[in-house]
Design a protein around this ligand. Structure first.
Ligand SMILES: [Zn+2]
Length: 70
């Protein structure tokens, strides 16, 4: 598997260092530019975010549907 360069999720800076792992084995990183820490999973969660948005939209549809019943 090719090494994926990690970028800061806040400032998209490339000066990111590893900052240990959490109990859940998720790699943590720290940005040297904005000094913020973030998790590896955030950087690969684009698909998850799409799913969250989908669920959000679906729940809104249910809400609309529910309101129509009253
Ligand atoms: Zn940063």
């Amino acid at each position: 598997m090719a090494f994926q360069k990690v970028k800061c999720i806040y400032c998209v800076g490339e000066h990111v260092t590893k900052a240990g792992r959490q109990a859940s084995k998720i790699q943590r990183f720290k940005c040297k530019e904005c000094k913020k820490a973030f998790q590896e999973s955030y950087t690969n969660s684009g698909a998850k975010l799409q799913i969250k948005l989908l669920i959000f939209k679906m729940s809104l549809n249910y809400l609309d549907f529910g309101l129509q019943l009253f």
